[in-house]
Design a protein around this ligand. Structure first.
Ligand SMILES: *Cc1c(COP(=O)(O)O)cnc(C)c1O
Length: 351
């Protein structure tokens, strides 16, 4: 830290992203990327003409992409804000809606805490139940902005729509932000509920189910007044937040519904096979509705499993949080990657 750093930021603990090693060095199952290529229509849209247009700023309202998202979910364009990754949408929510503080689970996406720190938002972490499900009671009428990933990050467990609706209804004076980064892998989006509740914000990303993590595109869907608030923040920070190429890629990826369902279908199939295989190898596996699995083995610690797998050329994620310290988080890859992982796991745990 230099002597110039603002005192306010001295205690900030930045987010630690998963390792991004040199290409090809590992079977990479550590950051929940999609193992399949982006839609070929998305790839084909980036031609010389698109590149030449880079001399012009991108559309600050991302009208084309916003219209595609709105049509996909049956909402109006005024209900959509596109962002530079969904991390930016979440950052805007922390900046715009957390004047009374925020609440989120103790085990969830690590960035929530970091955003709270950056924007000076007071927060409390509500422990997940012993089986890692969300107990909704502490969130009811809580007087703070509720932030929930659904399915939840790190656990993959999905919370039912009725339960979330109870939270939304009981907090009419606060926003409820539902981060649906993994919803396409078996959940049902709550986006239709924005017509019923003016305090609901749903955040989604193109990074996971649409294979565009490197393009950095996300979005928020909400009542148009809330979207107006988020735009207020965006236009005070970075009006051209979605670049031309990424906006075009995302629009085509969302139009290609056929390829999307194929990829998602394969990942769900691979997830179920991998979960079965791990259970047969003596692992405890949380029931995941996401493109990753949280699993533990009673003999080998999480850190040790992570290290051993890394030595065997497979990268998974380990979190030092006390409650999930024994677990590893495995991104569901292609079928052959899952097979390779199971093979190495057997080798390690049977040694
Ligand atoms: C991956 C992830 C995000 C962020 O994705 P972006 O790449 O910034 O769109 C947000 N929330 C959760 C829970 C995630 O796992």
């Amino acid at each position: 830290m230099s002597i110039f750093l603002d005192k306010k930021l001295e205690s900030l603990e930045p987010y630690t992203p998963g390792e991004q090693p040199e290409q090809g060095k590992y079977i990479k199952l550590n950051t929940n990327e999609n193992p399949y290529f982006p839609s070929k229509y998305a790839i084909d849209t980036v031609d010389k003409q698109q590149l030449e247009k880079l001399r012009l700023y991108s559309d600050p309202d991302s009208r084309e992409l916003s219209a595609v998202i709105a049509a996909y979910y049956g909402v109006n364009v005024e209900n959509v804000l596109t962002t530079n990754g969904s991390d930016e949408a979440l950052a805007f929510c922390f900046s715009a809606f957390c004047g009374h503080g925020a609440v989120f689970p103790d085990i969830t996406y690590g960035f929530y805490k970091v955003f709270a720190g950056l924007f000076g938002v007071g927060y409390s972490e509500i422990p997940l139940a012993d089986d890692f499900t969300v107990d909704v009671r502490p969130y009811l009428d809580c007087g703070k902005t509720v932030i929930l990933a659904n399915p939840n990050a790190q656990t993959g467990i999905l919370l039912g729509r009725d339960e979330i609706e109870r939270i939304i209804k009981s907090n009419p004076r606060n926003a409820v932000v539902i981060d649906e980064a993994y919803v396409d892998f078996g959940g049902q989006s709550l986006i239709p509920l924005i017509k019923k509740y003016n305090n609901l914000v749903v955040v989604q990303t193109f990074s996971k189910s649409r294979s565009l993590a490197g393009a950095r595109v996300g979005f928020a869907v909400a009542d148009k007044e809330l979207i107006g608030d988020l735009k207020r923040v965006k236009f005070s920070f970075n009006p051209y937040n979605v670049n031309r190429i990424s906006g075009a890629l995302a629009a085509e990826a969302m139009r290609d519904k056929k390829y999307f369902s194929e990829c998602v279908g394969k990942i769900i199939e691979n997830r179920e096979k991998l979960s079965d295989g791990l259970r047969r190898a003596g692992f405890e596996v949380l029931p995941s509705t996401a493109n990753f699995i949280l699993a533990k083995n009673c003999k080998t610690g999480g850190r040790e499993l992570y290290e051993s797998l890394k030595n065997e050329g497979i990268l998974v994620r380990h979190f030092p949080d006390r409650r999930i310290n024994d677990y590893i988080r495995i991104t569901v890859g292609k079928e052959e990657e899952c097979v390779a992982l199971l093979e190495k796991i057997r080798k390690i745990t049977e040694a």
